[in-house]
Ligand binder design. Structure first.
Ligand code: NAP
Length: 299
């Protein structure tokens, strides 16, 4: 009897693991390299590549975002704490691109969690757009469940379309998800060749949640080391691409959406030209071997 029970348990666990892997592959498989988008678990589509705006301020931010939009970028990542939501919103409006074709992500910071409803209204006012495509919680903090519920309410009211989390890992997700109603559509975490976090990525994808990587190039101040990595340079030469493009493409092939930050016009365009080549399994493996579990920020 005991043996039958153990066999049953083993079969059950194998099916469960297989299903999780299948879901993860599915999320990755849902990346559409023709439309350059992926469908989220709530039916909305998000572009596979965008532009990050951390440390871009005032005119530098406005000009970079406007230039990115004029050159095909349709996903913008900002946050209350970046102090540039106004410039992002102005660039979106001035681009004259149909609002529905642009995907804006912003984030509440922990010091806003105890008054999230007001913070959401403030973000809408600063961005000066009719709705926000996605609101994330920047990282875990006091009252994060309440803040998340305020976003859920704003979704019902049509102020926000999707909700997600940033800097939530396996344990944090296991604790958090049972306390909320809407499964996050996306988790945004630090991901680059020196901090690959594969187990976390696969776990998030197994829940049908999209993964987005911040600091794809290692982060401002760290990017030089990654961009001069010998292995990455070797691979870049082989495909006649830049190291940045190799890293971004590697992310896409792992099912990770990318939001490189840039205020350099040449870089902004370069970071979109990542759909006309494919890294071989062997080169994907060479990059996977560069992992050092080396985080470049504390979240
Ligand atoms: P990053 O994208 O890893 O690197 C940006 C740096 O790389 C800048 O110095 C940029 O300089 C340079 N760069 C960009 N494209 C390049 C290219 N093609 N060739 C050479 N250099 C290039 O760092 P990041 O901007 O800090 O991170 C990306 C985004 O993630 C942020 O902007 C932000 O939206 C988000 N983020 C989120 C969190 C979070 O906790 N949720 C934390 C950090 C960041 P140039 O301006 O000269 O191009």
């Amino acid at each position: 009897m005991k043996n039958i029970f153990i066999s049953f348990l083993l079969i059950f666990m194998t099916v469960l693991i297989f299903n999780n892997k299948a879901e993860a592959n599915n999320m990755k498989g849902n990346f559409n390299f023709n439309t350059k988008t992926v469908k989220l678990n709530n039916g909305y589509e998000i572009p596979l590549n965008g532009i990050g705006t951390y440390s871009l301020l005032n005119d530098v931010c406005y000009n970079s975002i406007l230039y990115a939009l004029q050159n095909g970028v349709r996903l913008i990542d900002t946050a209350y704490i970046y102090n540039n939501e106004e410039e992002v919103g102005k660039a979106v409006r001035d681009s004259k691109i149909d609002r529905k074709d642009i995907f804006i992500i912003t984030k509440l910071y922990p010091n806003q969690y105890n008054n999230a409803e007001k913070a959401i209204n403030d973000a809408l006012k600063k961005l000066n757009v009719e709705y926000i495509d996605m609101m994330l919680l920047h990282h875990p903090g006091n009252n994060d469940v309440e803040a998340y519920k305020a976003i859920e309410k704003a979704i019902k009211e049509g102020k926000i379309r999707s909700v997600g989390l940033s800097n939530w890992y396996i344990k944090e997700l296991k604790d958090f998800i049972p306390k909320i109603n809407i499964i996050p559509a996306l988790v945004q975490n630090e991901i680059h060749p020196y901090y690959q976090d594969t187990e976390v990525i696969e776990y998030i994808q197994s829940l049908g949640i999209a993964v987005q990587g911040w600091y794809p190039l290692g982060g401002r101040g760290h990017q030089k080391e990654l961009l001069n990595d010998k292995v990455l340079k070797d691979i870049a030469a082989k495909y006649n691409k830049s190291v940045a493009q190799i890293i971004l493409r590697w992310n896409l092939q792992r099912g990770v959406i990318v939001i490189p930050g840039s205020s350099n016009r040449q870089h902004i365009i370069e970071n979109t030209e990542i759909y006309d080549f494919e890294l071989s399994d062997d080169d994907m493996k060479r990059i996977s071997e560069l992992n050092r579990d080396e985080k470049h920020d504390w979240y």
